[in-house]
Design a protein around this ligand. Structure first.
Ligand code: NAD
Length: 476
């Protein structure tokens, strides 16, 4: 029988208890399932010293050897998938099958990055005889990383994968509300033989940790995934110390449905995708702009599918959508729905919290929202689908681009010409046609505008974790 892990800090290759902690809640019933340790200043100082030492060792370890350890850790996590998925479902609420898929996805990130680490090529610049110019990609140094609660395992895996594959050491502050995923990653790396200090895991008061760590001398890169508001704050802080950032921030993904597709199939697939992770995904399809001839049929099919989504405890195999991860999300959904309703939107499915124990909220469909509705501008980060008609592709593109976000966007069409206009016209780091998958390990992922800076995954994923060093070598 799988168990929720004993939560500790992992610093310098050893597990460490903290002097204080805070409760971790199961969002399905609000019961306490563990105590997350809160790192003190001395814990953070120990992590900084360990990471500086770890960097000296790891940056001089051959990429092939680094890759071996990373792949070994991923293999261990694949073997432990049931235990890890159980812990994720308990602390986050998502259906157990989605938790298993998340573990696999996290392993894919690590495995992909491990391979890319062996392909961080330099180059030799042609020059006159007697001198050689050699361009090297070197690891940037110690990384301070901050990962959020929506994917407790795959989000930290992204940052740990990029850092370790490039030869960096890392101090990662994972989410206090969902600490077990990152804890299992640290455990797998420990068992895979990672040298002490290369990976350090802390939890605590987020603002205190970021304010303390970012200015410290060993820290050379700040990597964050979370809200745009916090990302801006950390970027400012890093800027004061002339440190680069990798920022994966909020989105508000538009979906443009052209009048040449099957409205029922597209709506059904969209509703299923909207329910994934209860909509708490930065790429979740949210603002649906449907060409007028299909609007009624699309909306009807979406509502029908939404009403069939089974909401419940993620450990029940029949559950298709778990509770929201925390009380703040339920309150946010209630506020956005009430505002939309007051401004004239139609609530066609869901719209109200389910029960009063556990953070359950149904898949909710709002239609005919005015541009002034808050949900049309603020990322819901929950199970809200907003469906509006558009009279032309130009209008759809204009509405899609109207927000300061630009992370993921989607289009449905059989027309190559429409697809090209959308791909060229939509402002987003990731645009998908006829699929609601925004990224896989092999493709670069990240935002434009206020959705962030930099890319994770793909061939680009390690570039932020490296610096370019030019060697001019005159041959004597
Ligand atoms: P939040 O902005 O308070 O926190 C978001 C994340 O940032 C959390 O993991 C938190 O621990 C961390 N954080 C907060 N303040 C920090 C600080 N000063 N230094 C370092 N880390 C800090 O909001 P929330 O209520 O937890 O989540 C709500 C919003 O966050 C959502 O609406 C969504 O926009 C965004 N979010 C985005 C992602 C993503 O994948 N891009 C993931 C989770 C949350």
């Amino acid at each position: 029988m799988a168990q929720y892990p004993d939560l500790q800090l992992y610093i310098g290759g050893t597990w460490r208890r903290a002097t204080s902690g805070q409760p971790v809640l199961n969002p399905a019933d609000e019961s306490e399932i563990g105590t997350v340790p809160i790192a003190s200043r001395s814990d953070l100082d120990a992590a900084l010293a360990a990471a500086a030492d770890g960097f000296k060792v790891w940056s001089r370890t051959a990429p092939a050897k680094r890759g071996d350890i990373m792949r070994k850790a991923a293999t261990l996590m694949r073997e432990r998938v049931e235990e890890i998925a159980f812990a994720i479902t308990l602390e986050h609420g998502k259906p157990i099958e989605q938790a298993r898929l998340e573990v696999v996805r996290g392993c894919e990130f690590l495995e992909w990055d491990a391979g890319e680490g062996q392909r961080t090529y330099g180059r030799v610049i042609p020059s006159e005889p007697g001198i050689k110019y050699i361009v090297l990609q070197r690891p940037i140094g110690v990384v301070a990383a901050f990962s959020p609660w929506n994917f407790p395992m795959s989000q930290p895996a992204r940052k740990i994968g990029g850092a370790l594959a490039a030869g960096c050491s890392i101090i990662i502050k994972a989410a206090e509300e969902t600490p077990a995923g990152a804890l299992h990653i640290a455990g797998a790396f420990h068992d895979a033989g990672l040298p002490p200090g290369v990976l350090n895991l802390v939890f605590g008061v987020p603002s205190e940790i970021s304010e303390y760590l970012i200015p410290q001398n060993p820290i050379r890169l700040v990597a964050f995934t979370g809200s745009t508001a916090v990302g801006k704050r950390l970027t400012e802080m890093a800027g004061r110390h002339a440190k680069p950032v990798l920022m994966e921030l909020g989105g508000h993904a538009p979906v443009i449905v052209c009048d040449d597709v099957d409205p029922v199939a597209t709506a059904t697939m969209s509703a299923v995708r909207k329910a994934r992770n209860a909509g708490q995904v930065c790429t979740s399809p949210t603002r649906f702009f449907v060409q007028e001839p299909l609007y009624e049929a699309f909306t009807k099919a979406f509502v029908e599918k939404a009403r069939t989504v089974t909401v419940g405890n993620g450990l029940d195999p029949a559950t298709q959508m778990g509770p929201l991860a925390n009380r703040r999300r339920v309150e946010a959904m209630e506020t956005l729905v009430a505002d939309a309703r007051a401004k004239g939107a139609r609530v066609l499915a869901g719209g109200e919290r389910l029960g009063n124990r556990g953070y359950f909220f149904p898949l909710t469909v709002l239609a005919d929202l005015p541009d002034g509705a808050r949900a049309m501008r603020e990322e819901p980060f929950g199970p809200l689908a907003l469906i509006n008609p558009v009279s032309s592709l130009d209008e759809a593109i204009e509405k899609a681009n109207a927000l300061p976000f630009g992370l993921a966007a989607y289009g449905f069409t059989h027309s190559a010409s429409n697809a090209d206009r959308l791909a060229e016209g939509i402002e987003a780091g990731n645009f998908s046609i006829n699929t609601l998958e925004a990224s896989v390990a092999e493709t670069p992922f990240g935002g434009v505008k206020e959705s962030g800076f930099g890319r994770e995954g793909g061939a680009e994923g390690l570039s932020h974790y490296t610096i370019v060093k030019n060697i001019s070598h005159r041959l004597m």
